[in-house]
Design a protein around this ligand. Sequence first.
Ligand code: NDP
Length: 245
Amino acid sequence: MKKTVLVTGAARGIGLALAEVFVSNGWNVIANVRNLAPDKLKPLQDLKEQFNHSLEIGQADVTVRPQVDALVNAGVAKFGTIDLLINNAGVAQSKLFIDLTEQDWDLVCDTNLKGVFYCSQSVLRYMLPRKEGQIINISSIWGMVGASCEAHYAAAKAGVIGLTKSLAKELGPSKIRVNCIAPGIIETDMLVGYTTADKQEMAQKTPLQRLGTPREIAELALFLASEQASFITGQVISPNGGIVI
Ligand code: NDP
């Protein structure tokens, strides 16, 4: 029987790669997007045309609880269940800590951490009674080691790591695995504020001498979701080219 994954923030970047990799490996995919504007959805619409009934696009802002619950309910109504949630939606911002406004703090922490709380609680309503399911949270190396000029982002991503470990302990007896992927620097729109020279410098600081690709993160998630990873829970795995060891 086909399994179903809900991927948040699937319109582009790592989320889009997750949708592509899972749907092409035989999963049903609920691809969450914040914005239904057609120009933003072209790659996802193309994927839907290719895989038709196996991919459903669902709008929700992960920071708005009723939208999250409606997304999850619609996904379950369509596919019967949600076997895996990948909390991928995120937003980054570069600013000196002293200049952060409450608005900045709330945007970054609500999207990266509170969204994970809402989405996880919402799918667990269905996973807990079945005593089956998985959650994969996308954190960041900055949540592991801290980041200058991204203190709120690093704090939120560190929170995601704490939440992952806590839920793995709490949900293990219910046979629900919870893991975290903490990527290094990955070539997506999230790097849009950086120049080519900045990116070359980041690559040079990375032992493997390059940035990562969204697909490399998605392939790791596919492994974590597989039977081969059935004894892995509460772990933080960091595909980062060696920049954090
Ligand atoms: P992108 O900026 O390319 O994509 C982020 C996605 O999240 C977009 O689809 C965006 O939607 C969505 N999103 C943002 N806010 C919300 C919201 N409130 N509700 C629903 N969706 C939302 O970034 P990446 O693909 O690089 O990032 C994916 C994840 O990986 C994030 O959690 C990020 O923090 C993490 N990460 C990224 C790294 C990198 O170097 N790229 C490194 C480490 C971690 P929309 O298109 O509408 O804006």
